[in-house]
Design a protein. Sequence first.
Length: 410
Amino acid sequence: MPKHVALVGPDLFSAYDELARGLKQVGARVTGIGHTAQSRLSPRLKPWLDAYVQVPKLMDSRSLLEGAARAGRRFPLDLIETGDESLVLATAEVREQLRLPGLSVRSAHLCRDKPAMKEALRAAGVPCAASAGVQSMAELSQFAERVGFPLILKPRAALGSLGTQRADSMAELEQAGRRLQVDRGQSVAVEEFIEGHEGFYDTLSVGGEPVHEFVSHYYPNVLPALEDRAVAPQIAATNRVEVASYRELRTMGHKVIRALGIGTAATHMEWFFGSKGLKFSEIGARPPGERIWDLYCVGNDLDVWREWAMVVVHGQPGGRASRRFATGSVQVRPECDGRITGYEGLREVMRTCGRWITQYHLSPAGSATVPMYKGYLHNAWFRLKHPDYDELRRLMDLIGERLKVRATAA
């Protein structure tokens, strides 16, 4: 009898079609639980679902529990899983009520609540930036007086960099606090700003031990990339994961996963390395955004979406990462918000990089631009592979420097 898996929120993003596909391809019976009407589901998702249950509120555990009960009427559920950050906690609550294996409520909470996360990791000896949860302007000021500037403010359960703000003075801190409604009692995370290079460490883990590991880098760091449209931000996934210089990072990642009680799941962990050494930033029990797993697939001759399904359904990996290619994604922003008028330097980019480009997108002339905060896969972007990581970086730099996305203001 195949295992019956309820996949929560497969209708939210196109990437989650791949999660459903992976589950189906490893032999599971798949029931989707979402808020979209079944008639409006993506045609790319429908072939991978054996059944579908619509619920009114995915983030409400009671609503989700009712959906899970309906999903299990014909065939009892063996697992309930999600790939969406905002649904991790509600899914864990339902999982525990149904006494199904998987991520616990405690672990889900620690992966969502950033101050609680870092408190638990500091207790386990993981190096973290100074941080706290605050819910008043007075507490915010006291933290600043104790730690100093610059500081970072973010919602306690933010997805990635959404809502993240930097403050370099008390005046900026007060402005950021008001924007995040701290003056109205909203609880937020505040932390010491760590100077250094930023990257991430992703895993698929079984029983708290990574069976697949991937390391990627941001160029430049996320906040500078969000602030300057002249920057062509890059994400570079290295194929040198096993070299000695990454040993400290991998060791820290393993320690984080064990300390938070993350058993069999996907993880996405961000980190900084600078003058104060290697520091943990945050972790989520989910795949990374921006379809980063697609980069890992190309670089490693491995279907990472299917590997996730193998891990959660069968408790073991199905393949091994080849590390054949380093892979990367580079976005080029339009010169202003408005409408795209054309491209300069495209011919040189295609001539120089063409054989290494695996995927790209160029919004057509006349189309409206997409704001920078929407992410890296908008307007104009390229994905590349190369057996040499340094050459991959050089090619992405070339694209960022030579390609110009011309636009007129709306």
